[in-house]
Each structure stands twice: as C-alpha cells, then as structure tokens.
Design a protein around this ligand. Sequence first.
Ligand code: MGD
Ligand code: MGD
Ligand code: SF4
Ligand code: MO
Length: 885
Amino acid sequence: MTREIKTTCPYCGVGCGVIARIADDGNVSVKGDPDHPANFGRLCSKGSALAETIDLDGRVLHPEIAGRRAGWNEALDLVAQRFSDAIAEHGPDSVAFYVSGQLLTEDYYVANKLMKGFIGSANIDTNSRLCMSSSVAGHRRAFGADTVPGTYEDLELADLVILTGSNLAWCHPVIYQRLTAAKQARPGMKIVVIDPRRTMTADFADLHLAIRPDSDVALFLGLFEHLIANNAIDQNYVAEHTNGFAEAFASASGVSFNEVLERTGLPAMQLREFYRLFEATEKTVTCYSQGINQSSSGTDKVNAIINCHLATGRIGRPGMGPFSLTGQPNAMGGREVGGLANMLAAHMAIESGQDRDRVQRFWQSPAIAEAPGLKAVDMFKAVGDGRIKALWIMATNPVVSLPDSDAVEAAIKACPFVVVSDILKTTDTARHAQVLLPSLGWGEKSGTVTNSERRISRQRSFIDAPGEARADWWQLAEVARRMGFADAFAFASPADIFVEHAALSAFENSGSRDFDIGAYAGIGKAAYEEMTPFQWPQPIGDERIVTRFFAKGSFFHADRKARFVPVEPPASDRTSADYPFTLNTGRIRDQWHTMTRTGKSARLSAHIAEPFGELHPRDAMEIGIGNAGLVEIESPHGRVIVRALITERQARGSIFVPMHWNDQFAARARIDAVVGPLTDPFSGQPASKNVAVAARPLKAARYGFAVSAGKPQNLSATYWALAKADGGWRLELAFDHAVEDWCAWCRSTFDISAEIEPLGYADQQSGDLRLAFFDGTRLLAALFLAAEPVAVARNWAISQLAAEHGDLRKRFALVAGRPGADKPDPGATVCSCFAVGVNQIVAAVRGGCHSVEAIGKELNAGTNCGSCRAEIKGIVDGCLAAAAE
Ligand SMILES: Nc1nc2c(c(=O)[nH]1)N[C@H]1C(S)=C(S)[C@@H](COP(=O)(O)OP(=O)(O)OC[C@H]3O[C@@H](n4cnc5c(=O)[nH]c(N)nc54)[C@H](O)[C@@H]3O)O[C@H]1N2
Ligand SMILES: Nc1nc2c(c(=O)[nH]1)N[C@H]1C(S)=C(S)[C@@H](COP(=O)(O)OP(=O)(O)OC[C@H]3O[C@@H](n4cnc5c(=O)[nH]c(N)nc54)[C@H](O)[C@@H]3O)O[C@H]1N2
Ligand code: SF4
Ligand SMILES: [Mo]
C-alpha cells in the first residue's frame, strides 16, 4: 500500500514541509506539504529532486577503522578510548567536535551536552560559524539574546523588502516565490536588492544597488544619518526601549554622504532613492544573509542594519524588522542547543556563572565548560599545530568548506585521531578519517529542525536504515556511555532527547530567556511522533499564538533594553598589484554545498555542470580570456582552475566562483583553498566573500568533452569536471600536455576492455579527434577533443547514452559530433523541473511567446518550483531586445 509521511526538506533554512510518498515497490516520490506554514505546498528545484538523491550509491554502510570494515562495538570502544586517553593525558581542551547545522536538534543536543557538561571543554564548534555566527553576535550585542524577531509573513506584509547580501531566488527559493506572489498581488510593494553582483534576485527588484564589496556598514551608517537628519526617528521607542543612541549617532555623523558615495561606489541618485524609500516606508523588512555575515565586518554590518530598525521602532510589528535568513535546515536548532563554542545550551551564556551553574545543575554533570572554546578557524589551527589530539567531525565537509582548506586538509591528515560521521564513504574529508562511522541520512533519521522563522518541524524517517548505519545522536550517546557517562546519556529515542531539551529551555526561565519551549517538556513519544510545526516561544501554559519579538521592547539585556552599537566603516579594498581582483564566493541554484547529495541528481547537475569564474567582459579581455576558456585563480593560500563565464552581470574587478565543487567532482576547484583564514573579530566568521586574488588564462593544448555510461576513474587531466547526466556521466576536460595514446587514455578512464574497438574520426586540419566505444548497440563512452573549447552540443551528446545505436549512420553522426537533423539541441538546462533548455526557450520566444507566463504555457518551464523564472525572463527580454535592434 502506498504510504505518505510528512517530513521536512533537509536543505535550506526555509524549512519546507515535504510529503514523501512510498509506493508499493518502495519507489519514493516527494511533493510539497500544503499544510506546512513555511511553504504551503511549494518546493524548489532541490526539494523537488529529493527522491533522486536517496540511492545508496557511495554510502558508507558499516563502520571502518583505518579503511577496514569494523563492528560498531570495536569502533565505538576505540573512539571512547582515544578521546578518554587524550583527556587523561592532555586535559579536556585537547579534544574537539566539529559539527553541523545539518544535524537534527536531538543529535546536536547530545553532542553539546557531552562536550560542555561531561568532557568539560567548550571545544565544540560547528559549520554555523561559517554561516550564521555574525548574525548571532550582532543579535546578542543588540538584543541581549540571539533572537530573530520576525516571521516569513512579515515579508509578505511589508511595503518595502530590502534584501542585502542575499541571493534569495537561488538560495531561499520558496521565500522568493512567496515574495514574488505577494508583489504580484500588491504591485506597490517595493523590493531593493543590495549585492555587488547582478544576481537573479536583482532581476526582480525595483532597485538594485551594486555596492562595492564590504561597503554595507558605510551604506547603513549613511542611512542612519539620513533618518536622523530627516526626523524619521521614533523618539518614543528609542527613549523607552533602547540605550546607546547618542554613541551610535556620533559614529554615523562621522560619515558624510560623499564618503558613503565613495565607499559604496553608487550613483548619488540611487543612494538618495534608497534612503528616501526607507525613510518613507514604515512597513520595512531588511533581510540579510551571507553577503552580510561572511565578512571581516560581518557583525558590524548586522548591527548597522539593526540600528536603523531600532531607531525607527520598526521591529516586531507585522511587516517590519531586521530578518536574518538562515542557511542550513537546522542552523537555528543548533543555536538553540548552544552548538557554537561560545554559547551554552538553551540560549544561555557561557560567560555567565549563573547560567553555567544552572545548566550544570540541570544536567547533574561532573563538569561545565568554564570559558568559550575554539571557533572553527582557530580549532583547525589548533589541529594543525598539534594542540588537538582527537577530533570528531560530524555532518560537515571542512576540507571543502573551511577557508585555507589545503591547510585544513593537512591538519586533519596530521591529527593523531580523527573520527568522521558521514553518509558517504568518499568525501574530501571522510577519506582522511581513521574511524569512519556510517550515519543515517534524510529519510532514514528522525528528529526536529528549526527554520529561519523559529518554526520547529519534524523530520521523520520513511525508509529503513541501510546496512549498519545509525543515527548521529546514537553514536554520540554510545561513546558517552563508554566514557563513563551512561546515566546522563541513557536516551532510547529522539523523543527522549527532545523532551530533555524542552525541559532545559524552561528550567528557571520565567521569561528571562527568549528560547522557551517548556510546553513540550512533558510530551510523550506518541505526541512527539504526531508533532505539527510550531513557532517558539511556547512556554508552559501559554496559548499557541503567532509570535514576534520586541514590538514593545522587552529585550534580553539585564535592563530589558536594546543597545545601539556604534560601528565604523572598515577598509575593504584588499586588492594589490599582485592580487588585483576581488574574489566573491557563494552558491548556485541547483547544488547544495559540497554536492554530496545534489551531485547525485542528473536533473540538478544539468543547470550548471562545471565550476566557473564569473568575470566582467572587459576584465576578461584585459587578461586575455575568451568565453568558455579556462581561468586560473590564485591567492597566497592556493589556486583553482575553473571555466570562465563572461557576463555583464559581474562588476568590474570582481570574480565570482561557486563554493560547491570539490575533489570528487573537479580536478582543482575547491575555492576555499584560495580563500584565506581572515575572520570577523567578534564572531570569528570567515570572510568568504572579499578575497584578493590573481587571475590568468590557462591555455590548454587540448580541450575535451566526454560522456560515459560508467563513472570515469583515474582521471588524469589538467582540468576536469565531472557531473551526473541522464544515463551516465558527463566530463569536461583540458590538457596542457600531450597525451600519446588517446585510446589508452579512454580505456583507463572509462574502464573499457581491450576487446572493444573504438570508432574514431580525426580531422587532420583542425586537429579535432573523436573516439567512441560501443557495447553492442549501447554507447559506453565518447570523447570529443579539439584545440579550442569543444563546441559539441552537450545535451545531445548525453542523450546518446540512452539511444539505440544499431544503425551505423547514427554511430557516425555521433563521432561527427553533430545533433541529428531531426533532433534540435535543447541547449543548457534552464528549468530543471521540466528539463527545458535555453534553445527551446529562444525558439518559443521566436514563435510568439513573449512573457514568462507564455513560455510556461508552451513548455511548462518555470511552472513548478519557479526558481528559474528570473532566468527565463532574462532570456525572453534578451531575445526581444535583440529582435528590436
Ligand atoms: N541552492 C542553494 N541554496 C542554499 C544553499 C546551497 O548550497 N545551495 N546553502 C544554504 C546555506 S547554508 C546558506 S548560508 C544560504 C546562503 O544564502 P545567500 O547568502 O543568499 O547565498 P550566497 O550566494 O552565499 O551569498 C549571497 C550574496 O552575497 C553577495 N555579496 C558578496 N559580497 C557582498 C557584500 O560585501 N555585500 C553585500 N550586500 N552582498 C555581498 C554575493 O554576491 C551573493 O550574491 O543559502 C542556503 N541555500
Ligand atoms: N568560500 C566559501 N566557503 C563557504 C561558504 C561560502 O559561501 N563560500 N559558505 C559556508 C557555509 S554558509 C556553510 S553552511 C558551509 C557548508 O559546508 P559543509 O557543511 O562542509 O557542506 P555540506 O556539503 O553540507 O556537508 C555536509 C556533510 O554531511 C554529510 N551528511 C549529510 N547528511 C548527514 C547526516 O544526517 N549525518 C551525518 N553525520 N552526515 C551527513 C554529507 O555527506 C556531507 O559530507 O560552507 C561554508 N563555506
Ligand atoms: S526552499 Fe527548497 S531547499 Fe529550501 S527548504 Fe524549501 S524545498 Fe528545501
Ligand atoms: Mo550556511
């Protein structure tokens, strides 16, 4: 019988409700949950493709010690022993956990409890350090607690939505869809996007401010000054609920309008328009994400924004407030359990003796961490210089995602004892584990997550645990037990853990702390199973109401007032004669982080199949890079080789490279090898967005493209980038050296036996070479080589993997590298939900479809998740403009 289970998407912080449907034959499909208050049935391309990412390919299915299969007992005993030995010999601060905003709250709670209360060190940090820690620090400075005051509904209710350092269309697509729908219903609503790049999000804005990198503090200081000069201050709110206005005023008045112009690089008209819009619009929400957080001035940026909302009293009321968009599915849950090295559980402060005492009494623990532990970047420095003797990495891939990642990799390799809990056997990090523990993944594990608007939802398992994989919380509790803490870790299920977590949030609280879900402290297992999404706070006895914070003050500093934080604009231009470009890094629409899951989907990999460096045409010309050429990007820390993507959307002097590609998918594209370990002084968050680099063309002797049915292996090429494709794999290639025997290269890379003869074609004049291998009527692999970037139509070549090749003519058409005349090439995929390519959209525009809606009717493109609508609009506009010329 077909079953339907309600669960939550494991990707971004929007936290969409998902219904997983399991058919009789075990086949899984997903759809949006119409009842979930985050998405009301919507999903984005990544959420829609979840069912394609849950196969067992590459999974680690049993514990491993030094690469050999081991039993759970042996592995857990060893972990407990090595951690205990290190603590006995070198003290509690000689061990560390590096965990993740993708853990469930229950996993996270157990990890934090073990480290802070039982090992007695605060050396537990998380990838949220790279993600949300500047927001946390900014909230704590301003509000006295890490509180997100608003809800998603505020974005729909606002008359002005400012998106700064957020590529919402690609990174929080369902909020983008909700916002687009709200704007369509109320066209008077204004949207301002602040981003050095012209992103897809900028395309739907009324105003795009293409500011210089890291000039946000200056921009918002200028706004603060403007609000004062134009009597837009809410004097009552400021007087009753805040402190420090005068100091903030003094810091803002030091920055003149002209200085703001100079620092931001914006035209005066645009700047004035933005300031007037803010001044005049009471219902304003300012959303911010990594363009704000991932900066050496990230915390100050957050406070510069919050200062403007406090000054106008626009906080905590419908349609108003600063709004931190969280990245990971459980970034918020991690903050609630105190997963950061400088936090304690349940939003309590590690610096406070009273809080430490309270948590210790609640846990009845032998110890409590006395001082903040090492933040991520410092933690891996301590791994590198030998201070950390045992390290446990869980649900994160630091060899790809931490700055200075070559040094991080070296540190992990040199560490005496490294445990990795992951779902995949081979990630850039897992391959260095001494002990590799198989974890449950999405669909297998159970627990809760909290989204950006403080809404707690259940993730529920609906497939059996594969092999011997076990939940992360279970692994931690078993190690705790073996370290002598059996009583405190006698959890039998996630429900037990959640109940304890809820009880701690209410323990001696009485409204003194924002995070309180005491109403859930007494729930039983059945109620936990049935739990529907709810927003915190939910204190004991309170009715369930939609919540916002701070409309009437009641902040969490001792005097219950908010603080204005004086900030100064930082020096932000890091370029030099040797490193003249500013590297900006971030995300693309259809990949998730280090691609361990989204990389499995051919559909998601079709949107952008290669790592790229986005460059302005004039910069490209000056350094001699042509379209589709390769570019080498270098800093003192490391280098990458990526494909050049030359577009007017990029600002001059900047290069954007996605964070996703890694050693499993490309020869040398881990961009964090190039990013240095510079961090924000308050939050410790790395500055991932403003990095000085050099860029030069990589001139290859040969370029190549290949498709293959099996996964290529032993890849030897100067540049390669691998992506899943329908029916197999696609591979981009470049060689700076001569390869003697291409046939042998193919046999080794595509694992082709000696009996199979190649079908070849060589053009003596151009030097083009094509080789194809068939097994009966099926194509095994085809390689296209040329002296210039190969022009063969990618999607057409991929479609050959599924085609029948009984007909000899078809085989020759393949080596000739041209689409058959009967089948036009669809071009690069734009809409991944319906697999619609750019050429199809262009043809439809020529055929009379002159709007995104018309394209949707004709081709379905853009009608499911809608994430590609901005891209479709760009293509339609581009075609119409070209036709008008
Ligand atoms: N498709 C997809 N979605 C995701 C993720 C994913 O991997 N893939 N990851 C999730 C996670 S964990 C996170 S944290 C979020 C991140 O979501 P976002 O923060 O929206 O994503 P990013 O692309 O990292 O960066 C946002 C923008 O900041 C801009 N920026 C760079 N420097 C500056 C600056 O100095 N000032 C301003 N104002 N802007 C600047 C960049 O050009 C970029 O467009 O996305 C979440 N959603
Ligand atoms: N240059 C640059 N660097 C960045 C960023 C940037 O914008 N630019 N962004 C930063 C940000 S915001 C973030 S959030 C990080 C993300 O970076 P990471 O956290 O390193 O990236 P993920 O690929 O999400 O890693 C998750 C790992 O957990 C595994 N996994 C999946 N499910 C489970 C599970 O249930 N249990 C366990 N134990 N493992 C599981 C996956 O296979 C994968 O190996 O990257 C940061 N790094
Ligand atoms: S917006 Fe997309 S990735 Fe984010 S939670 Fe929703 S479906 Fe998942
Ligand atoms: Mo993130």
